[in-house]
Design a protein around this ligand. Structure first.
Ligand code: MN3
Length: 225
């Protein structure tokens, strides 16, 4: 009896091995740069665990599956999302991987407050004041219909701009009317806030400002110049 069960299991496993496409895991889930509970109470532990461990991981798995064995294999993530947005799986999952990889780094448990130095001056120059920037960015996130992202970008010409995009689109993708180098991004998909804030997206956006890692945003700003 035991022998026949064992034979059956092995046969089933063999069947799956033969039929399974071998997927090269070119892209990997980045390690969260702080603990899942580090952003409490602004962003809750369960949201961080699911968002990073399930949602972000799923974008990467689907991206790897789409790229593996295709003519896109071996291309960088930036190259994929800049040049292959006509392929829906690349646009959605490549965008998802890029956007979330940015998102984790622009938050920090010791974040919040206001930016300093050249970034602070550039924000004042572009928006009038930090408060006016915050209002424009919050408004972009709050009014993005359905799922999407709010962005602070270094636009073409070097000036800071605020905009929003749908789904997993981002300002690196051509033709969105929102082009530039993103230095701050905020995920406004319901999965980013619903457990803690339900339908109150503006409360989530307000809380986000308590954890913004302005040092990292400044570093990106200087890199973009
Ligand atoms: Mn998300």
């Amino acid at each position: 009896m035991n022998v026949s069960i064992s034979y059956f299991v092995n046969f089933t496993q063999l069947y799956h091995l033969i039929n399974k496409k071998i997927i090269i895991m070119a892209f990997k889930l980045p390690i969260l740069p702080y603990a899942h509970d580090a952003l409490n109470p602004h962003i809750d532990t369960a949201t961080m665990e699911i968002h990073h461990g399930k949602h972000h991981a799923a974008y990467i798995a689907k991206l790897n599956a789409a790229v593996s064995g295709s003519e896109m294999e071996g291309k960088s993530l930036e190259e994929l999302i800049k040049n292959h947005t006509n392929v829906a799986t690349i646009r959605n999952n490549g965008g998802g991987h890029w956007n979330h990889s940015l998102f984790w780094t622009v938050m920090n448990p010791t974040g919040g407050g206001t930016p300093q130095g050249t970034l602070a001056a550039a924000i004042d120059d572009a928006f009038g004041s930090f408060e006016k920037f915050k209002e424009a960015f919050s408004n972009a996130g709050a009014t993005q219909f359905g799922s999407g992202w709010a962005w602070l970008c270094v636009g073409i010409g070097g000036k800071l701009e605020v905009c929003s995009t749908a789904n997993q689109d981002n300002p690196l993708m051509p033709g969105l009317g929102c082009e530039g180098f993103p230095i701050l991004g905020l995920d406004v998909w319901e999965h980013a806030y619903y457990l803690n804030y339900q339908n109150k997206r503006p409360d989530y956006i307000n809380a986000f400002f308590n954890v913004v890692n302005w040092e990292e945003v400044s570093r990106r700003f200087n890199e973009a110049k």
